[in-house]
Design a binder for this molecule. Structure first.
Ligand code: ARG
Ligand code: GLU
Length: 724
């Protein structure tokens, strides 16, 4: 299926892959995201590659390592502390959503950027948190005590869940830190992370999109790169330097450690490390599970999002107001959309499915001879059988999420269900109106970023995909409406958006203000509520139970398969798949040749940025002030041979979540901020290929140049420790 779906998309950069594949295989590419406390075992290798500091400086048991300067930024990015006053550096795209919450046409930080001129101008970001890992401990013995591998599934799972809760509680009491126990190697190991989460985080600096998102989707997931993808925040703490909610009396947090910045640069071949929170990788799954991603999930998502982006772009380009409402949502949707295309392309052209199958043959031969793990012999057959039963459900799940629930009116009508529950609660009239008001307050941020005509356009374009490919599952309410409107989706959309409360905030608010107990009928007849309820029923009946049974079984089989793989290849280093816990990865600064040998490079600079300038295309516009700095070569102390280095690549294994991670030199000093990977290299989430795998980082000198010269925020540099 993916071939037909994706041909149209793959014409972009059609030649890229072949060129990349012809280059010589680097020797220094490094697979693996190492748990910080397990780094000791990598010390010899890291030293041989160039590490110049003891592992203890990076992480140690007593809790005084550089991990204290690495933060989980928000819920899915990384950041680094770069001053003794809690200043945090992360990516522009990681600050995008909090900044969106602070932006409106009068304060358009995406167009104009934001630079606090002093600490008093820093803006609180409600809801934003940063988390610091103080320590990690291996608790496998405590969690798996007395449990054999194959002991009955449900019982084993609930026992483990209970042990986790108890252990976390114990750790919290003893350490006064937050504690979170997570499985590694598919539940063959467990580790606890002991953390602190700060809740008063303020915006300090944010370049305009014309710097921070320069190149937009075209440059996203690609090398070479000219995106100034950074932003700065500050952690505030209470008078005891402890986490606290926002208060104007809070003080800048004094961290246990912060990164020294090295502005002396690096050269190709230098050792480098990335310290951060990689989100998800699935390197050890079977070919049967890979097939779900390769043939179902990725293609369905790409097709639906291609449509969605086309529609959103049309509306966003027609109005700055709509642009501001949708820009953050759009970035998230487009990011996955482009990544999955690269992933598919990498998997396909690298024949990953065939490689997995060959590996499995070998595994099978081993399993037949091995007698330490009696279950290994049937594992792959069981995995395959289990996986093939769920193909159609996974497809239905992806379609409902990406098409039907990709329509905001339908998805957000979940709130109408909540409103209905207020009616059902048997409250007095006053209590009802108060509860409704509270429920509606939760909807404010959604309406702030909502444009009904844009969404209506989406409705009439996404629903046809669902009808086309999920015809066997169309809920009867959908079928009836479809028939009533004689298959005319535009007419159907007109009717829905004219009537539904979810398309009209004012109508919903005045309804809530004056609601009587008997008024629930208005909700029950709302087309948004009906659409939501019908699709929700379908998911509850035909998707959720099947998926949950499948994953339960698969989870069990995957654990045994992981253990068998580790037993089979005893001498191989297996890194646990990423799970948004603290990891360190290392490699070397190393270039690549995306369009053939003459395009080989490992670094870009401001001159190359200017060569990409295009005043007619939004994503390639360069702000006037940056042009002036460029023309006057006003680079301050950040110039290197008459230019400013901008981005660089290295052979370090990273993934989503590593955005914003500190990129370090051999001495553990900050040389950049990680923000991306080249297109096909994104398949490293599933299959690591040293020829394609690179991480893309922003050079710290470009960051400092923009802060000082473009943002006129040189005062921030005074609190940093910068060496050369
Ligand atoms: N691809 C990067 C990551 O996965 C950066 C995304 C932000 N940039 C963009 N143009 N959307 O998150
Ligand atoms: N931009 C990604 C993020 O948000 C990092 C790039 C990657 O996936 O490697 O985490």
């Amino acid at each position: 299926m993916h071939n037909t779906l994706c041909n149209c998309i793959f014409i972009i950069k059609n030649m890229l892959f072949l060129a990349v594949f012809t280059m010589s295989v680097p020797v220094s590419a490094k697979e693996g995201m190492c748990l910080a406390p397990a780094l000791k075992s990598r010390e010899a290798d890291m030293k041989a590659m160039g590490l110049k500091i003891p592992i203890d400086k990076i992480y140690n048991k007593s809790g005084t390592g550089l991990n204290n300067a690495v933060v989980l930024f928000g819920k899915g990015c990384t950041g680094e502390i770069i001053s003794s006053r809690g200043l945090v550096l992360t990516n522009h795209h990681c600050g995008y959503s909090p900044v969106q919450g602070l932006s409106n046409p009068a304060h358009d930080y995406f167009a104009n950027g934001f630079w606090a001129a002093s600490a008093s101008e820093e803006i609180p970001c409600p809801g934003l948190t940063v988390t610091i890992v103080r320590r990690m401990e291996n608790v496998t013995g405590k969690i798996l005590k007395g449990l054999s591998d194959t002991v009955h599934n449900a019982w084993r799972d609930s026992l483990i869940a209970a042990r986790i809760i108890n252990l976390e509680k114990e750790y919290r009491q003893i350490t006064k830190l937050d504690a979170s126990v997570k499985p590694y190697y598919y539940g063959n190991q467990y580790w606890v992370s002991l953390t602190e989460t700060f809740r008063d985080i303020r915006l300090v600096g944010f370049p305009p999109n014309s710097i921070g998102n320069f190149g937009g989707d075209v440059e996203n997931w690609a090398w070479p790169r000219h995106t100034g993808d950074f932003s700065m925040f500050r952690i505030y703490a209470d008078s005891n330097n402890k986490p606290a909610g926002y208060s104007k009396n809070n003080k800048a947090y004094t961290p246990k450690d912060f990164f020294v910045i090295n502005a002396g640069g690096y050269k190709e071949g230098d050792f480098t490390m990335v310290y951060g929170f990689p989100g998800t990788t699935q390197e050890y799954i079977s070919s049967a599970e890979l097939k779900h991603i390769f043939s179902i999930s990725d293609p369905v998502r790409i097709e639906a999002r291609t449509k969605k982006l086309e529609i959103w772009d049309k509306h966003m380009n027609s109005s700055r107001d709509i642009f501001l409402k949708y820009t953050s949502k759009r970035a998230g949707v487009a990011n996955g959309w482009k990544k999955w295309q690269g992933e598919l392309r990498g998997l396909e052209l690298n024949h990953v499915m065939e490689k997995k199958e060959a590996y499995e043959k070998d595994f099978q031969l081993w399993a037949a001879k091995n007698n330490t793990l009696p279950y290994a012999g049937d594992l792959l057959t069981k995995i395959k059988n289990n996986a093939s039963l769920i193909d159609s459900v996974i497809m239905l799940d992806e379609y409902t999420k990406e098409t039907v629930l990709g329509i905001e009116l339908i998805q957000q009508s979940a709130y109408l269900e909540r409103i209905l529950q207020c009616f059902r609660a048997g409250l007095s009239k006053q209590a009802l109106q108060d509860t409704l008001k509270k429920t509606l307050a939760g909807l404010k941020p959604l309406f702030k970023n909502y444009d009904a005509p844009t969404d209506k356009d989406l409705f009439q374009n996404l629903l046809p995909l669902f009808f086309r490919d999920c015809s066997a599952w169309i809920p009867s309410y959908y079928q009836k409406r479809f028939t009533k409107h004689e298959g005319n989706f535009a007419e159907w959309a007109d009717a829905v958006y004219k009537k539904s409360f979810m398309a009209n905030e004012d109508k919903l608010t005045s309804f809530a203000d004056t609601a009587q107990l008997a008024d629930s009928t208005f909700i029950l007849s709302d087309p948004g509520w009906k659409l939501f309820t019908a699709i929700n029923e379908l998911r509850k009946e035909k998707v959720a139970p099947q998926l949950s049974a499948y994953y339960k079984e698969q989870h069990y089989l995957d654990r045994l398969y992981m253990k068998s793989q580790m037993t089979k290849d005893k001498h191989k280093t297996f890194y646990p798949d990423a799970n948004l816990t603290l990891r360190l990865t290392y490699g070397k600064i190393q270039g690549m040749d995306p369009e053939g040998p003459e395009t080989y490079s490992y670094q870009t600079n401001i001159d190359q940025l200017m060569a990409h300038e295009n005043p007619d295309v939004d994503m390639f516009k360069v702000p006037q002030k940056l042009k002036e700095l460029y023309t006057q070569k006003d680079y301050g102390s950040w110039a290197v041979k008459g230019t400013v280095p901008l981005a660089f690549i290295a052979s370090t294994h990273t993934t989503g979540g590593n955005s914003g991670s500190p990129v370090l030199n051999a001495k553990g000093q900050l040389i950049g901020t990680n923000f991306d990977r080249p297109w096909e290299g994104t398949m490293s989430d599933l299959y690591y290929d040293p020829r394609l795998c690179r991480n893309i980082s922003l050079d710290i000198r470009y960051t400092l140049f923009i802060v000082e010269k473009f943002g006129n925020a040189g005062w921030l540099l005074d609190e940093m420790k910068i060496v050369k």
